[in-house]
Design a protein around this ligand. Structure first.
Ligand code: ZN
Length: 348
């Protein structure tokens, strides 16, 4: 299993939504209002490790209904999805409060939802559906491969309805748009209309890549649509990694590999929660971690021991920058409870 180190931050002062900014920042990473950001300027934070406690967190994002309320509760538990530049704190030092645009949340939810759809398809080895979704155009030296998920297969009602009313919106037919807003008052219209055109494109052609001839030849010879999709997903993930994943080597002087060399452990370090969730997804696609279901509560946990049957009470987190080992409590005591339950029926 790949070692991954991810920490996110919870502002002690809580979160707040900003509807508009007086001064429009022209920085490339600027959050677009409305966005969620830290309430206080001191940016005092608690460090959290959401991946360890929630091995299926990417699925929680994939099914999140994007009301402000839901996004706020998600952020309160797991931190911001991405770190964009919110309000300026120090003009001279160019210091901003971290923020995450509403449109970023929406785009990420749709993206993750489609990824989970494809993941489940791969896991079920649904070759018939895979071949329907896969579209290949051969073009001389290379091929263009896209995955097009039919809208009716998407499990997000608010999104499906949006796709339906989109032509009316473009034609200026306000009556259906009004109905939509009534049905989904939480989906903030203003910023949504401005950004969702791209969202719909993303949905129709979720992934579209020109492929290198060698890879294409190999996959074509396999004649297996599921494998094609698996590779397509990895291509998509590698795009996410390009901007958000770094590698850190932790030197361990005590563990010598050979007499002359030092022990080194490699860690993948996602820069934000968005990238971190793609790391979880990748592990699912490549089966590089063992998920087990707790015999007491039924939740999934990452198994670190062969005999492990219940959710762990603590999770060990190693910080690859400092080597510090932290035992993070999960808040679960399933092993203890299961033991108590077992012994209840035994007469003393
Ligand atoms: Zn449990």
């Amino acid at each position: 299993m790949d070692r991954v180190y991810f920490e996110n931050h919870l502002p002690v002062g809580g979160f707040v939504w900003i509807e508009n900014l007086e001064e429009n920042s022209i920085l490339p990473d600027a959050a677009r209002p409305p966005f969620i950001t830290y309430k206080n300027n001191d940016c005092l934070c608690k460090v959290i490790h959401p991946l360890e406690k929630n091995p299926l967190l990417y699925r929680e994002l994939a099914n999140l209904y994007p009301s402000k309320e839901n996004i706020t509760s998600f952020a309160k538990k797991y931190g911001l999805l991405r770190r964009e530049n919110g309000e300026i704190i120090d003009k001279h030092k160019n210091v901003f409060k971290p923020a995450c645009s509403y449109s970023t949340w929406i785009e990420s939810i749709i993206e993750m939802h489609c990824m989970v759809f494809l993941l489940d398809l791969i896991k079920n080895e649904d070759d018939v559906l895979a071949s329907k979704i896969l579209h290949i155009t051969e073009n001389g030296q290379c091929a263009l491969v896209s995955a097009i998920i039919p809208v009716e297969r998407i499990g997000l009602d608010w999104y499906k309805d949006l796709v339906k009313i989109w032509p009316d919106f473009m034609n200026g037919d306000d009556s259906k748009v009004g109905q939509y807003q009534k049905k989904y008052p939480d989906v903030l219209s203003l910023c949504f209309w401005n950004t969702t055109k791209r969202g719909i494109e993303v949905l129709k052609h979720l992934f579209r890549f020109p492929w290198e001839e060698e890879v294409y030849k190999k996959l074509k010879a396999l004649d297996n649509s599921v494998e094609f999709l698996r590779y397509l997903m990895l291509r998509k993930i590698s795009e996410v990694y390009e901007n958000g994943l770094s590698v850190k080597f932790l030197v361990d002087i005590d563990t010598k590999v050979k007499s002359s060399s030092i022990g080194v452990e490699k860690y993948l370090v996602p820069e934000d929660l968005y990238t971190a969730l793609f790391v979880q997804l990748e592990m699912e696609i490549l089966n590089t971690r063992e998920l087990r279901q707790c015999e007491y509560c039924g939740d999934w946990f990452i198994a670190t021991d062969k005999r492990q049957k219940y959710c762990p009470e603590f999770i060990k987190v190693v910080n690859p920058y400092t080597g510090e080992v932290k035992k993070v409590p999960t808040g679960k005591h399933c092993k203890v409870y299961a033991y108590r339950q077992k012994n209840k029926g035994i007469p003393s």
